[in-house]
Structures are given as C-alpha cells and as structure tokens.
Design a protein around this ligand. Structure first.
Ligand code: CA2
Length: 148
C-alpha cells in the first residue's frame, strides 16, 4: 500500500508570501504545496495538503486522518503555543506526527518557545523556512519505514 501523509497547516499560514516576508519568507502556501508534491513524487508517496484557521477544524482533520493516512506533518501556527485540544487530538489518533515550523520558534519570543505539540510529536523541524516541508516528508517516511 502507498504511504499517505497528511500535511496540515494552521491559522494565518494562508497569508504566507503576502505579508511579513522578513519573518516567514516570500514563498506562498501554494508554492509550498508544489514543493511537497514534488518531494512526494520523488519518494513515491501520496500527500494531502490542507490549511485551516479554525482550531476545531484542525482537531476534526486530525481525527479523520486515522485509518486514512500513515502520518501527519503539522504546522499548527499559533495554536502550537496554546492548544491543549490539538495536543489531546494528536495523542488520541495513534499516528506519528512531525511538528513543523518555518521559523526557529526557540529563537523567537518566549511565548513561542512553548509548544503543546512537541511532547506528543515524534520530532520537530523548525527554522528552515519552506525547505522544512520536504525535510519533514523525508523524516516521517524514514520514521514510518523504521517502525514497520
Ligand atoms: O514558524 C512557523 O511556522 C509558525 O508556526 C508560524 C505561525 C507562528 O504563530 C508560530 O509561532 C510559528 C504564524 C503563521 C503566520 O503566518 C503569517 C504569514 C504571513 C503574514 C502573517 C502571518
């Protein structure tokens, strides 16, 4: 069976490339989806790319991933730093989740250095901008392969 990965993006990431390029780069979310698709083709896997500004919808998408996808790459945006609901959803789905951020959250404001996702993720990639997405695909495919 072909490996399938859900790439889930949280609030405001739909604005990428339109504002604050000095922090988040000039790449749009559509550009990132193309990067991910090219990487998925090279790896021979399937991806579904999604974005929501709503915490409950992100929870619903995580629940729906169970039995459909083999793993999740999650850039939860600002909900990373606030959402016990997302942390509980990740714990409940029994799927490997790689936490991803464009920026290095550990080198930014103190409130961004706390992640509710990190304790329930298999690992974290941050600080590499859009290039972090294909890196995260490599990481999750390798993690899933080693678990099999
Ligand atoms: O570095 C990341 O990927 C973040 O998840 C991005 C979030 C931020 O709250 C996290 O602390 C780190 C913010 C995404 C907002 O993206 C924007 C893009 C363009 C203009 C404004 C916001």
């Amino acid at each position: 069976m072909t490996c399938s990965i859900l790439i889930l993006n949280g609030p405001n990431l739909n604005l990428l490339g339109t504002r604050q390029p000095e922090v988040y780069g000039a790449t749009t979310l559509a550009d990132i989806e193309s990067l991910c698709q090219a990487k998925a083709d090279a790896l021979g896997i399937k991806i579904i790319f999604a974005q929501s500004n709503h915490e409950g919808e992100l929870v619903d998408l995580l629940h729906a991933a169970r039995g459909v996808h083999d793993g999740v790459i999650l850039n939860a945006g600002a909900y990373t730093h606030t959402s016990v609901a997302l942390m509980d959803a990740i714990s409940s789905i029994m799927l490997p989740v790689v936490e991803l951020h464009l920026s290095n959250i550990h080198a930014r404001e103190v409130f961004r250095q706390k992640s509710y996702v990190a304790p329930v993720a298999v690992g974290q990639i941050c600080g590499f901008g859009a290039a972090g997405y294909p890196l995260a695909l490599d990481a999750i495919v390798s993690y899933i392969g080693e678990k099999k």
